[in-house]
Design a protein around this ligand. Structure first.
Ligand SMILES: Cc1cc2nc3c(=O)[nH]c(=O)nc-3n(C[C@H](O)[C@H](O)[C@H](O)COP(=O)(O)OP(=O)(O)OC[C@H]3O[C@@H](n4cnc5c(N)ncnc54)[C@H](O)[C@@H]3O)c2cc1C
Ligand SMILES: CC(C)=CCC/C(C)=C/CC/C(C)=C/CSC[C@H](N)C(=O)O
Length: 477
């Protein structure tokens, strides 16, 4: 009883969101629908590498959590390989001294943590695990084809009012209420938020928990670069890549070959200096709808499609091949400085968020030991580093390269996530980033949007926004 599939679907954005949407749309709508993916830059978007002396290093999205099952599945289906990622020994710098340093001995490390923070580290681990446990329900819902019409409804199905409420409370409020000490929050939790999202404890609780999950063991990456997942998904979905920038979308009535007048969307796009247009039955927007980022105009929609005035956080990734000036962080002799990563506390005077040794996308498991004290270091900062700043951080350096990002939303709870359904057959994926920005979140949003588009096309409202899914599916074999 299904309606004939649509003729043409457009996806705007060739990052992990757009390419995984292509993959799931192909699964649902079958082989006959034509899928065009518009990408104005590089396929991969915020998954990108930078080259340092003939080796590639992740410059954007770099680590994947062991429980990120969509990413895991893509890698398996595409025949890609994975590598383990470790940040080595981590220290925390407050602007004057190291306030905490990991030890390579597990027991010593535990004693150090307990000595300074009591059992809060363990409690934090349990808090994140509890959230992850509920978060994992999404995979079951999606494998049974259930979809959600808003990010809030999706979160509610996972963790009830508590999950939705976590968008409205700062991480600081939540963790203070849970009894975590100021010392623990400012010395250990804030530096993790600063390195991952370039922000502080005022971000929403949900993204705070996702960010803390990034300190779990077992993080991994794709051998050869995470962006290989995007190009692989494009190929596997047999989509057509259009290298161009979408400028506007407008709904128009067209007469199809069948002779029926049909409402379609006209996409106007630019390739080089040429302007083209084409018509689509369904559109998925898979890029942040922010004037600085996508610059897409929605023409003549009634009611108008809101302009998105939400800001994204600038983060600069700088890769430096050189010898770290460890005296910047510690008075200890250089051969006694064993840290591979230094996180920083929320200190306005500090010009970096973090600095850490990084391995090439082909060499993560087996990095070449340094014979001359030099490594490739990855630095996250809010602004572009000056040469003088790089020279403060390094005794000497051979090479430096940078990439500037509008990396993720500037989180300011209470948060209302942008709509998924922008118009009848026009969907938006990146609203989910306002809950938390991560590769897996984009993949989840893509799967959800593909299911939503499919069910709405076929009038299957019973598969959308179902209450009590957890209980219902618990009893299903
Ligand atoms: C420095 C950094 C570190 C990160 N680290 C991690 C990490 O370790 N782990 C993790 O899980 N996540 C990480 N993230 C987050 C993760 O990279 C993103 O959440 C994810 O890649 C977003 O994917 P997306 O497809 O939704 O958006 P994007 O990757 O931004 O894709 C959108 C695409 O749309 C294209 N586009 C925009 N406008 C138009 C237009 N008008 N026409 C055509 N194309 C258009 C853009 O060129 C872009 O390629 C990091 C991000 C950054 C910046
Ligand atoms: C979505 C869930 C449940 C978990 C994802 C956890 C995760 C991998 C979050 C990523 C957070 C993020 C934006 C990290 C950026 S920096 C990463 C790393 N430290 C680096 O050096 O590149």
């Amino acid at each position: 009883e299904l309606r004939a599939p649509p003729d043409k679907i457009a996806i705007i954005g060739g990052g992990i969101g757009g390419t995984s949407a292509a993959y799931y749309l192909r699964q649902k709508f079958g082989k006959d629908v034509k899928i065009d993916v518009f990408e104005r830059g590089e396929v991969g978007g915020r998954l990108a590498t930078l080259n340092v002396q003939d080796q590639e290093y992740e410059a954007g999205g770099s680590v994947i959590h062991p429980l990120n099952l969509h990413m895991k599945r893509f890698v398996k289906d595409l025949g890609l390989s994975t590598v383990q990622v470790s940040s080595g020994l981590v220290g925390v710098y407050d602007g004057e001294a190291l306030v905490f340093e990991e030890s390579s001995w597990f027991i010593i490390n535990m004693i150090k943590l307990i000595w300074r923070y009591g059992f809060q580290s363990l409690r934090m681990h349990m808090w994140v695990e509890d959230l992850l446990d509920k978060f994992m329900r999404i995979y079951r819902y999606q494998s049974h084809d259930y979809a959600f019409s808003s990010v809030e409804k999706l979160l509610h199905a996972l963790g009830g009012d508590d999950f939705v409420g976590s968008l409205n409370r700062t991480l600081l409020e939540t963790l203070q209420k849970a009894g975590f000490s100021e010392k623990f929050l400012h010395e250990l939790v804030a530096p993790v938020m600063r390195t991952n999202y370039g922000q502080n404890l005022d971000i929403n609780t949900f993204v705070g928990a996702v960010s803390m999950a990034c300190t779990d063991s077992g993080l991994w990456a794709v051998e050869g670069g995470n962006k290989l997942v995007c190009s692989g998904l494009l190929r596997a979905s047999k989509s057509n890549l259009i290298s161009g920038s979408v400028m506007s979308i407008e709904e128009k009535t067209r007469t199809k070959q069948t002779g029926n007048p049909t409402k379609m969307y006209e996409v106007v796009y630019q390739t080089g200096s040429e302007t083209h247009s084409d018509f689509y039955d369904i559109i998925l927007v898979a890029t942040p709808l922010n004037r600085n980022m996508a610059n897409i105009t929605f023409l003549n929609f009634d009611p108008p499609i809101e302009e998105f005035h939400q800001y994204y956080q600038p983060i600069v990734t700088t890769l430096v091949k050189g010898e770290l000036n460890s005296t910047f962080f510690s008075s200890r002799a250089k051969d006694k400085f064993g840290l591979s990563t230094v996180l920083t506390m929320d200190n306005l005077d500090l010009f970096i968020n973090s600095v850490g040794i990084t391995s090439s996308v082909r060499n993560k498991d087996d990095p070449q030991p340094s014979t001359d004290g030099t490594h490739v270091w990855k630095i996250f900062s809010r602004e572009t580093l000056t040469k003088a700043q790089i020279l403060k951080l390094f005794l000497s350096y051979d090479y430096a390269v940078k990439k500037s990002w509008l990396a993720c939303p500037q989180y300011k709870p209470p948060e209302k996530c942008p709509s998924i359904i922008l118009h009848d057959r026009l969907y938006y994926l990146n609203g989910i980033e306002w809950a938390a920005s991560a590769m897996e979140m984009s993949a989840i949003a893509a799967h959800n949007a593909a299911l939503l588009a499919y069910h709405r096309w076929n009038g299957r409202t019973d598969m959308i926004d179902q209450d009590g899914l957890y209980e219902k599916l618990k009893t299903e074999l």
